[in-house]
Design a protein around this ligand. Structure first.
Ligand SMILES: C[S@@+](CC[C@H](N)C(=O)[O-])C[C@H]1O[C@@H](n2cnc3c(N)ncnc32)[C@H](O)[C@@H]1O
Length: 219
């Protein structure tokens, strides 16, 4: 059946839930490899940039991490654990004059409301070292209170646009795609430009909202 095309904001196409043969959980090894590949970069950045003494000065010792576009399946748990290990390492390597006991972590697992959050929360690791919270909503909108998150992560999710650009679906538009999915000619360049402009709008919203939500000095 043809899927109705729309240019409404925040189109959501959640991954297949559960853990069956065609679920995202069973079909996301490639994304897992990607997360493993950047693991050491994330660790280096956290060690280099995070100043925990300043970050936690005015607040409790609760450290907030958000994974945006967490989907279902285990990848988000590996990523989050890598971040926690790096923060703990940073914690050990920095002065403890203000911080005299261990950190507590709260992790927000964000995705579209249509994500299979039941599977997400049912599969939390038994030995997790954090308080887990589901955060439904688009990361192109406002998700968290101001200055409340210390580390944001997002893997394999930001290439999802919020919606199909309207020029693509309007029949009398210069960038109408005529239902095609592959474009080569100069005429079709308008289609690529429309998607590119949509990406620019989306990434700007994403960065503006994260700038508000990030604790100053966060990553
Ligand atoms: C390919 S999955 C990646 C999941 C996980 N991060 C990983 O690396 O395996 C992309 C996820 O991003 C989510 N997503 C796409 N656009 C989103 C948006 N605007 N807000 C929140 N989640 C979004 C999708 O619903 C999907 O679950």
């Amino acid at each position: 059946m043809e899927r109705k095309r729309s240019n409404q904001s925040y189109e959501a196409f959640p991954m297949n839930g559960g853990d069956g043969q065609y679920s995202y959980a069973q079909n996301s090894n490639h994304q897992r490899t990607g997360a493993d590949t950047i693991k050491h970069i994330a660790k280096e950045v956290i060690l280099e940039i995070l100043d925990l003494e300043t970050l936690l000065q005015d607040s409790s010792k609760v450290f907030h991490i958000a994974d945006l576009g967490c989907s279902v399946g285990p990848n988000t748990f590996f990523t989050v654990q890598n971040i926690i290990d790096a923060v703990n390492l940073t914690f050990q390597s920095q002065t403890h004059s203000i911080i005299d006991s261990s950190l507590e972590f709260q992790v927000f697992f964000d995705d579209h409301v249509g994500n299979d959050f039941n599977s997400r929360l049912n599969s939390l690791p038994d030995d997790k070292q954090y308080h887990a919270t589901a955060m439904p909503g688009s990361f192109y909108g406002r998700l968290f209170p101001e200055s409340s998150i210390h580390i944001f992560n997002s893997s394999y999710a930001l290439h999802w646009l919020s919606n199909v650009p309207k020029e693509i679906v309007e029949k009398n538009s210069h960038a109408y795609d005529k239902g095609k999915i592959y474009f080569t000619s100069e005429v079709d360049k308008k289609v690529a430009e429309a998607y590119s402009a949509q990406f620019a709008r989306n990434i700007e919203s994403f960065l503006n909202f994260r700038a508000l939500e990030l604790v100053p000095g966060g990553v």
